[in-house]
Write a protein that binds this ligand. Sequence first.
Ligand code: URA
Length: 242
Amino acid sequence: MIHPTPSPRSPRRSTVKKSARDRRPETQTPTTPRPSTRTAKSSIAALRAEAAHCRACPLYKNATQTVFGAGRTTARIVFVGEQPGDREDLTGKPFVGPAGQLLDRALQQAGVDRAATYVTNAVKHFKFEPRGKRRIHKKPNEQEISACHRWLDQELHAIEPELIVALGATAARAVFGKATAIGKNRGHVISKPPLGTDIEADVLVTVHPSYLLRVPDADRDAAFAEFVADLELARKYAPADS
Ligand code: URA
């Protein structure tokens, strides 16, 4: 079946998602390159600068800095994680610590070029509990996820991805606006689900890479392979522009 070639995106690109979905076959063939969008780039830069001063919840008090999303501002795929960890808090970049390295390895195996995607988090400040010299990760609560949602929402508006990949339960909670089970929703793309905002995108839910660091040794390879399979699905669904 021949799928129609979509017209290039306008800077706001508000109508594109419908045609993108219409043309999308189960196994993707490369589509027309998206134009580089100065608007998206400057919106993200402005949001990043604004978010650096965010005081919408108390997490800013102990964190080193706001860790905003990073990557291609015209990405077809946006990955959403939970919150920055220790390493991310210190460097100001998402997914650069142990979970990020695991994500990188899985992306590589799945043939996804991270540089062509945008990677962000549901919560943009590191939440932790000091224990001696260590800072132990603490899960963000509902209020913190809600307080931070304005940033995720605006990132998604600026980028208008075709596919959002929610990594783990906190990300799924933020993306869908309600608790969403990972186990029974993973493994397939959910077409244009209600997202609790006016964002229109398809969503793939999968595990958080740090889950893979915690599974028992005997199950780790299988769990990693399943994660890679989810990422392969994302690649086929929304292939990157070259
Ligand atoms: N875990 C996340 O969810 N995000 C990061 O950026 C790092 C670890």
